[in-house]
Unconditional design. Structure first.
Length: 398
């Protein structure tokens, strides 16, 4: 089968030799569906449920391109409403550093540089020197070696819980090396040159990306005769192939998350979150069979793992006249739906079920079967994205 590629913009593999240890940074699933660079520095990150150093993202500190100088840990806290309010960047170098500059933004293209065109043989290249005078230059030593960022000071174009924060940290190490932190090169790296996020062809440097963490919204309480209302998602089966879809293909399963630990089956990713579990589908409308598709709904499948996720319902998706789909949600014995949300349309940009294209308001009592007919908008290939979400209650024993 051909390799699955969607909006593929490049694969970065960097081979670094540190002392006698070879560290190979392999491409993460970020690269499959978007322009993000690999997040190999944070592969030990599993979730942000703790909102403290124990659940921090870890990134690497490199001196002189190849010298391992230590790590940084990054996490954020939230206010009482679950909105990210402060980000913490803890520096854990192997040796001391004599100077520090950092720049934090939600738009990497604001990274301050002096752009100078220079001749290199027959080519004209951009020589960009970072404007360290526009970075924050804190007084050393830092309290607990930690930089604290007030997230209210940043600019946001979408929900904070879906926002990436870009961090550039420049240090002067006591061994005489210049160090940068992260895994996203914006200049020369080894024998290769990368231009993310800037076309800095005569300078080396690194940045990193951090996705602000928010607590999952609590499930609403179910009616008195139901207990343990829990979030569930339709699991669209994983299929290999090529996007745009092969002519004989009918659908693909996707995940929301970009972290390998929360993608055990190697699904392609929508890139909507680093850690929130859930599945989606990319479906050829014309190829939906006469009997439709019937897929399982799993609850409690943290990190997209089944088990411990458990089967609670099924969803049947059918093609109906007028360019619509019919969605029939059927709870298994002992379960009932407290909420149902479905999405059918262009590539989704949010994880919030309340913003999906169809929302079933909470009924007076849990229901066992629910049917809806929904209009869809196809993309240029005749396909649409589908997400089925539900809050499922377990019937109490009487």
């Amino acid at each position: 089968m051909k390799k699955l590629i969607f909006l593929f913009t490049g694969i970065l593999s960097v081979l670094l030799i540190v002392s006698s240890i070879v560290l190979f940074q392999a491409c993460s699933t970020d690269e499959i569906f978007g322009p993000n660079s690999p997040r190999t520095g944070s592969m030990d990150y599993e979730s942000c449920l703790s909102f403290n150093e124990a659940g921090a993202q870890v990134d690497t500190m490199w001196g002189g391109k190849t010298i391992y100088e230590g790590i940084v840990k990054i996490w954020n806290t939230t206010d009482n409403g679950g909105v990210p309010n402060f980000m913490y960047i803890k520096l854990l170098p192997n040796i001391t550093f004599n100077d520090l500059h950092y720049y934090v933004t939600t738009d990497p293209l604001t990274f301050p540089v002096n752009d100078t065109l220079v001749k290199n043989g027959n080519k004209t290249e951009t020589k960009c020197n970072p404007k360290l005078n526009m970075f924050v230059h804190p007084t050393l030593p830092l309290t607990n070696n930690t930089i604290i960022i007030d997230l209210n000071s940043l600019t946001y174009t979408m929900d904070r819980c879906l926002t990436d924060v870009y961090v550039f940290i420049h240090l002067a190490m006591s061994d005489g090396e210049t160090a940068w932190v992260g895994d996203m090169p914006f200049g020369k790296w080894g024998n290769d040159q990368y231009t993310w996020p800037l076309a800095c062809l005569n300078r080396w440097g690194l940045g990193l990306k951090y996705n602000l963490c928010c607590p999952d919204p609590p499930n609403p309480p179910g009616p008195p005769n139901y207990i343990n209302g829990e979030t569930g998602f339709v699991k669209v089966p994983f299929v290999t192939g090529e996007i745009p879809l092969d002519p004989d293909s009918s659908f693909y399963g996707l995940v929301f998350t970009t972290e390998n630990k929360s993608n055990p089956e190697g699904y392609p990713t929508l890139g909507l979150s680093r850690n929130r579990w859930g599945w989606a589908g990319y479906i050829n409308y014309a190829a939906i069979p006469a009997g439709g598709y019937t897929w399982n709904v799993y609850c409690g499948a943290g990190l997209n793992k089944v088990p411990p996720g458990y089967l609670t319902a099924t969803v049947k998706l059918e093609q109906v006249s007028g360019g619509n789909i019919k969605v029939t949600s059927s709870a298994n014995s002992g379960y009932g739906f407290i909420e149902i949300h479905t999405y059918a349309g262009a590539m989704p940009t949010t994880l919030a079920p309340g913003q999906y294209t169809y929302v079933m308001t909470e009924p007076a009592n849990p229901i066992n079967v629910w049917t809806s007919t929904e209009p869809i908008v196809l993309d240029g290939h005749g396909y649409f994205y589908f997400i089925g979400h539900a809050v499922v209650g377990v019937e109490a024993k009487k």
